[in-house]
Unconditional design. Structure first.
Length: 233
């Protein structure tokens, strides 16, 4: 695996103008690594894909479940990037063991959400193929309030080949979402713009391409045995 940079001190990549904790690493991957990831993802057997209404996805390492994830072997080409994340020491000594691959074509997105309690409280997301703007929202104050009726608090621009790390309040408090649009306006809401390439200029509009994200996490509860997740008959 090609490694184009040494990321020795994560504090050098902290997004300091938002609440804790976010790290943003532009050019975390090389162009060659990006191409390798895309080639392997799109070479996966068709049954590996799960089609949702607004995107499609792949699970690698197993399918997280509250009864425990049945651990599956992660292929070598993908394990390389779990090892690269593990070398950053972000998960309290736990090794990442699950990858959720999401494909977003232009105009696709995801509603405001939290990642939930099945995972160690650290999200690491690699973006390849295209950029995206990730928006963050305060959670609704009560069950009758819709998060989408509120305004996003801030946003991050995620460039292709970048890594975003979310911990602490950005993991367990703020909801995050991707708007279902085909182009993004680069504006003052983007808190990490100063950490991005000069090609993204404030006031400009950037057309989306197809973005693939690799969300790499640690699932604490795993099993090597098949579990019964349905009702007994």
């Amino acid at each position: 695996m090609e490694t184009n940079r040494n990321f020795n001190s994560m504090q050098d990549y902290a997004v300091t103008n938002v609440e804790p904790t976010a790290f943003y690493l532009s050019e975390f991957l090389s162009v060659k690594e990006e191409q390798c990831i895309l080639s392997n993802i799109y070479s996966a057997p068709k049954p590996k894909w799960t089609q949702l209404s607004n995107r499609r996805l792949q699970n690698w390492g197993g399918i997280p479940h509250n009864k425990g994830m049945i651990a599956e072997t992660i292929p070598h080409w993908l394990q390389n990037y779990l090892d690269k994340i593990n070398n950053l020491n972000l998960m309290g000594g736990n090794k990442p063991n699950h990858v959720l691959v999401n494909e977003y074509t232009p105009g696709q997105g995801i509603l405001p959400h939290l990642d939930g309690s099945l995972f160690y409280p650290t999200i690491t997301t690699i973006s390849v193929g295209s950029h995206i703007v990730l928006k963050f929202w305060e959670p609704p104050l009560n069950a009758n309030e819709n998060a989408l009726e509120l305004k996003p608090v801030f946003s991050f621009l995620l460039e292709p080949r970048s890594l975003l790390v979310l911990q602490n309040k950005l993991f367990h408090h703020y909801l995050h979402s991707i708007e279902e649009i085909k182009e993004d306006v680069i504006d003052d809401s983007i808190s990490n713009l100063h950490m991005c390439s000069d090609q993204y200029k404030k006031g400009s509009t950037v057309v989306r391409g197809t973005r693939v994200s690799l969300t790499i996490r640690h699932v604490p509860k795993t099993t090597a045995f098949k579990i019964n997740i349905g009702s007994k008959r």
